[in-house]
Write a protein that binds this ligand. Structure first.
Ligand code: SAM
Length: 374
């Protein structure tokens, strides 16, 4: 079966499948020069690569146990992009305008020797000659033991996902009975190692909205920026409903009752997070309002799944197989890989969050976040 015809299931529900297209290379076309722009004039600036589809948590809103159970078929090792392949891709993406790389998953710290990958990609520079900025998103479970090695390998920033401070709420949400204290130790270890740390909290009404204030207080004291993420309808298995979403405005108002907040806005138009600083100077928080206030118009992110499928939207239904291209004979050179990527980005017109209501009515099937990478 050719890659072009291959259809595979992202969720183990036989009707839920997603198309993967073969990458096309116009060998005669000019070699693309970055920065690339899509059909809506959005530049390609950020790349998120999932290095593994497995996770040691079963967060109820992301990898619910009922779906990701013992029989779930995760990708075999040989299907994952190798570090060589990832390095080759990142180097090409950098020539096309990518400035920031985020390593994610699944749980990226489960990928063996992940620090070796970080050491390799730190050598890559952006179009302006600066080193590419490298960040990682992790659930923090293995961070206490790995933080120092990650820093030494050249990781710049780390985002730790943590949805509650109350141990019983946290254990219920991760659904593997993992204690919150161990994630907090991981955060401390990362800060001690010299990594810039941010904390991400997904807020679900009736599940952990009582944790907004305790989380804000703790990280205000510890000096880490806490970012609140609206619960999103990524994938097709997390039983998402509108009324489970706590809008960013409500989160800001809740914290604002305790501590005056001043809007700062976004660092750059392409940032996902809107910043607010505490008026007393004690740091800041961020909100990611992909549901209540979509920011598709400025989305500059491409995502590559652990098996090398390129997606141009977090809510995508289909992607393009770059691994097939990388492993094809004769081996494509960097120019051909760049041509393939430029062809995909040039056609991009996704803006799911802005069209959410209409697209949900059509009942489209989307790839899972654990597969595509957060
Ligand atoms: N395992 C790593 C972690 O926990 O950070 C990386 C992968 S995880 C898919 C990346 C991020 O996506 C996490 O912060 C997680 O909370 C977030 N996430 C997953 N499902 C989500 C959803 N339905 N809505 C909003 N955020 C979600």
């Amino acid at each position: 079966m050719s890659y072009g015809q291959r259809i595979f299931s992202i969720v183990p529900d036989s009707e839920a499948s997603s198309h993967v297209k073969a990458a096309k290379v116009d060998h005669l076309g000019p070699v693309p020069v970055g920065p690339l722009h899509d059909r809506l004039s959005r530049p390609l600036k950020d790349l998120r690569i999932s290095v593994i589809d497995q996770c040691n948590f079963r967060c109820t809103y992301c990898m619910p146990k009922e779906v990701f159970d013992r029989d779930y078929q995760f990708l075999p090792k040989e299907s994952l992009l190798s570090f060589d392949e990832i390095e080759r891709l990142v180097a090409v993406f950098a020539t096309l305008g990518v400035e920031k790389l985020r390593i994610t998953g699944g749980e990226p710290l489960l990928r063996k020797n992940i620090e070796d990958l970080i050491a390799r990609v730190t050598r890559i520079t952006t179009l302006s000659g600066k080193p590419i900025e490298i960040a990682m998103t992790t659930n923090g479970a293995l961070l206490a033991q790995k933080a120092k090695r990650l820093k030494e390998a050249g990781l710049h920033r780390i985002t730790v996902s943590l949805d509650a401070l109350d141990d019983s709420v946290f254990r219920r949400m991760n659904d593997v009975d993992f204690p919150v204290g161990d994630v907090l130790s991981g955060i401390d270890a990362a800060a001690d190692a010299g990594l810039r740390v941010k904390v991400n909290m997904v807020v679900q009404r009736g599940v952990n909205d009582n944790e907004i204030l305790p989380m804000a207080e703790l990280f205000r004291e510890r000096g880490h920026t806490l970012r609140f993420i609206e619960f999103m309808d990524v994938g097709s298995s997390n039983a998402w409903q509108w009324d489970h979403v706590v809008p960013a405005r409500e989160i800001i108002d809740t914290i604002g009752l305790q501590h005056a907040l001043i809007p700062v806005g976004r660092d750059t138009p392409n940032e996902v997070s809107e910043r607010w600083r505490y008026a007393d100077g004690k740091g800041e928080i961020g909100v990611i309002s992909s549901v209540s206030k979509p920011f598709c118009g400025d989305c500059s992110r491409a995502r590559i799944s652990a098996e090398g499928v390129l997606y141009t939207c977090l809510f995508a239904q289909s992607g393009t197989d770059l691994r097939g291209l990388l492993r094809s004979e004769p081996q494509p050179d960097a120019d051909d890989i760049a041509r393939a990527i430029a062809g995909i980005w040039g056609q991009r017109e996704d803006r799911y969050s802005e069209q959410r209501a209409a697209l949900r009515e059509q009942g489209i099937k989307k790839v899972e976040m654990s597969y595509i990478g957060g």
